[in-house]
Design a protein around this ligand. Structure first.
Ligand SMILES: Cc1ncc(COP(=O)(O)O)c(C=O)c1O
Length: 433
């Protein structure tokens, strides 16, 4: 017997039959009822994490705003929950804007991102009356000014700045980081040009700056480093129109039991203390701070359950186990070599007895979910579960190989609610003429 992985949601437990349960629901029963692959979210943990975020940041300043980065996972049920919990919403395309509005999100709480917004998307944001547009290029500033003018409106904006701080999971380095497709670098004067362009634009109302230094960050020292450079920049620019400082997202989560990320509260303390200290030191009035987490709101709350379709032993090489999903529902291992752990929901506390390669069903050799998965004996028909798949999992899902995208179910206090139905074969041809 081994303890349940700490990567699972805290509600993880074992049922009297020895099955894994999440939010009081038996994962094996859920897989039987809804089919596999199945994405299960612990609704209680989602809500709790949103509340912790708001409380932790507002403890430093009640005007602080937590903006959920919807790209991490955008089911309507989740977007509605974020609104109920008082978060704002980051959308990065016309489609994400549509989904937020469809979920009843008030437009003035929406922050429109995107490094390549086209005229249609900018028009949609203007027509919806979104609260803030984060501008990412000089072309966009000119287009936004023109389209806002045509509508007789002024749009509030933040300028996306790349401060030249490059975080990694265990360290950070200050670099030129001029070479990014996102935003305006401080180095080389691009950020100053963007501020000047916004100030000169008749239909743009500059409200502040935005900066997102990276993702899956464990080394929080990168935030004070960024805050220092940003405060210097605000001082250089003068004026009182840089009153908002959106510090982006980036807090990491544990994907395996070796990962030990900072808590939401530690993140809030570091970001807020750094911004306040740097603005105070620069003799500037403290800004209204915003943060924009995605992964750390939804990542740990989600897990994906697959069924093993078969195993294969290559003598002297390795054992493979294939499952009924893969890169179409969990792209991150292929995209960035991301690591996950696996466990068997029917025997979650069974000791691992082998290391095998857990692969998906797609026609790509790279469709590997876990390169070396430590598991007990497993065979055709068994369920396998990957914890911590809640962020950038189904949000990046595709129909490659005509595989239908999974159902998503929310569980809380013993009750399961289908949030997104499984795609059907009819869905696969619904757009074809
Ligand atoms: C502009 C912006 N804000 C917020 C986020 C969310 O980041 P994370 O999921 O790491 O918290 C991202 C992620 O890519 C982003 O690009």
């Amino acid at each position: 017997m081994q303890p349940l992985s700490k990567v699972l949601p805290p509600s993880a437990a074992t049922t009297p039959e020895g099955h894994l349960s999440i939010g009081g629901c038996d994962v094996v029963a859920l897989a039987e009822e809804y089919g596999t692959p199945l994405v299960i979210y612990d609704g209680g943990l989602l809500r709790d994490t949103m509340r912790r975020y708001v409380q932790a940041f507002r403890a430093h300043d009640p005007h602080t705003e937590v903006i959920y980065a919807s790209k991490a996972f955008w089911a309507q049920a989740l977007l509605r929950m974020a609104h109920e919990e008082g978060l704002r919403m980051d959308v990065a395309s016309g489609g994400e804007l549509f989904m937020a509005l469809h979920a009843g999100f008030p437009a003035d709480k929406i922050v429109m991102h995107g490094n390549a917004k086209d005229a249609k998307e900018i028009g949609e944001a203007l027509d919806a009356l979104v609260g803030l547009v984060v501008v990412d290029s000089l072309d966009e500033i000119a287009l936004l000014d023109q389209l806002a003018g045509e509508r007789g409106r002024t749009q509030d904006v933040l300028v996306r700045v790349t401060p030249g701080v490059k975080p990694s999971t265990h360290k950070y380095i200050s670099t030129g980081q001029l070479d990014s497709k996102f935003g305006f670098s401080l180095e080389g004067g691009l950020a100053a040009d963007a501020v000047a362009a916004c100030r000169a634009a008749a239909n743009i109302n500059l409200m502040g700056l935005h900066c997102h230094i990276g993702s899956q960050i464990f080394e929080l020292g990168a935030y004070p480093a960024a805050a220092h450079l940003l405060a210097q920049f605000v001082k250089e620019q003068g004026g009182d129109d840089l009153a908002i400082m959106d510090m982006g997202g980036g807090l990491g989560i544990a994907y395996t039991r070796d990962d030990d990320p900072p808590s939401v509260e530690e993140f809030a303390d570091v970001v807020m203390d750094a911004v306040h200290a740097e603005w105070d030191a620069a003799g500037l009035p403290r800004p209204r701070v915003m943060v924009e987490p995605g992964r750390s709101v939804v990542g740990r709350a989600g897990l994906t359950v697959y069924r093993v379709t078969g195993t294969k032993d290559i003598p002297g090489v390795r054992r493979y186990a294939a499952v009924d999903g893969g890169m179409s529902d969990l792209m991150r291992p292929m995209l960035y070599g991301a690591t996950y752990e696996a466990l068997l929901p029917e025997r979650p506390d069974a000791e691992a007895s082998q290391s095998l390669r857990l692969v998906g069903k797609h026609c790509e050799s790279g469709d590997v979910l876990i390169q070396e998965a430590d598991l007990p004996e497993v065979g055709r028909g068994d369920l396998v579960c990957l914890p911590a798949t809640g962020a950038y999992g189904v949000a990046m899902a595709s129909n490659y190989n005509g595989v239908t995208r999974p159902a998503v179910v929310f569980v809380d206090q013993g009750k399961a609610t289908l949030a997104v139905r499984r795609e059907t074969y009819a869905d696969l041809v619904a757009r074809d003429l």
